[in-house]
Design a protein. Structure first.
Length: 228
C-alpha cells in the first residue's frame, strides 16, 4: 500500500529537540521503577538502552525509507517516538499510548498540520502489528521492519549474552543463546516485505551465524559440558 504525502519540512533543529524530549521522557518514566537500581543496567529495562534502541530504529528505518521511497520525515519521527511509553504503559497499550503522547507533544511544540500528526500517530500505533505487513502503508512497514531488525545480528547477540550474565547463566550457554538470535533473525526474514530491509536483516543473520560458529570452534569444552 503506497500513499503519496504532501511534503512537510522537519528541520534538524526540530528533530534534535524531539530527541531531547524522548530521552528525558524515558529517564523520567524509569526513575521510580519498583526494581530501582537493579534494573538500571538490565538490557531491556533502562532508559539508556531504550534510547539507543530508539536511535538504532531511527537509523535503520530511515535507510529503508530512503531506498524504498517512503516519506522519510514521517518514518523517522514515528521511529523516534515509537517506544516513548514503553516504561510508563503496559506492553499491550504502549504503542497507542506512545502515539497519543507523541501527537500531544508535537501539537503543542510545533506548527505541523493535523494530517501530518495523524499520519505519525497511525504509524506509531501500528508498530506492534504482527500480521501480514503487506497490508500496511510503506511508512508503517519501514518502522516495523527496523524495529525487528535491531533485535538481531551482532547487536542482538551482544544483548542476549549480556542477559546471560544478569540471569547468572554460565558461558557454556553462549552457543544456545546465539542460536536464539539466529532463529529470531530467520523469523524476521520471513516477515519482512521490502528488499532493503531483507538485505539488512540477512546480513545481520549472517553475522550472528558467524559468531556462533566462532564460539563453537573456540569452546569445544562448552559443547561437551552441555551434553553431560
Amino acid at each position: 500500500m503506497s500513499v503519496k504525502f504532501e511534503q512537510i519540512e522537519v528541520s534538524s533543529h526540530d528533530f534534535e529537540q524531539m530527541k531531547e524530549f524522548v530521552y528525558k521522557q524515558l529517564i523520567s518514566s524509569t526513575e521510580h521503577d519498583a526494581d530501582g537500581n537493579r534494573m538500571r543496567w538490565y538490557p531491556w529495562h533502562s532508559a539508556d538502552y531504550r534510547f539507543i534502541h530508539t536511535l538504532n530504529v531511527v537509523s535503520i528505518s530511515t535507510k529503508i525509507a530512503q531506498k524504498e521511497g517512503a516519506n522519510i520525515d514521517r518514518v523517522r519521527i514515528s521511529a523516534l517516538f515509537h517506544d516513548i511509553a514503553k516504561f510508563s504503559s503496559p506492553q499491550k497499550t504502549h504503542a497507542q499510548d506512545g502515539a497519543d503522547l507523541a501527537r500531544d507533544y508535537l501539537q503543542n511544540n510545533f506548527d505541523y498540520p493535523d494530517f501530518f500528526l495523524d499520519d505519525i500517530h497511525k504509524i506509531i500505533s501500528n508498530h506492534i502489528y504482527e500480521g501480514d505487513l503487506s497490508t500496511l502503508s510503506l511508512e508503517e512497514r519501514c518502522l516495523i521492519e527496523a524495529d525487528m531488525i535491531d533485535k538481531i545480528g551482532a547487536n542482538g547477540s551482544a544483548l542476549l549474552i549480556l542477559r546471560m550474565g544478569y540471569d547468572s547463566r554460565p558461558s557454556s550457554h553462549t552457543s544456545d543463546t546465539l542460536q536464539k538470535v539466529i532463529t529470531r533473525g530467520k523469523d524476521t526474514l520471513s516477515k519482512i516485505t521490502s528488499d532493503t530491509a531483507y538485505s539488512i536483516a540477512y546480513q545481520r543473520v549472517q553475522r550472528a551465524t558467524w559468531l556462533k560458529e566462532w564460539i563453537d570452534e573456540e569452546t569445544p569444552g562448552a559443547f561437551e559440558l552441555s551434553n553431560k
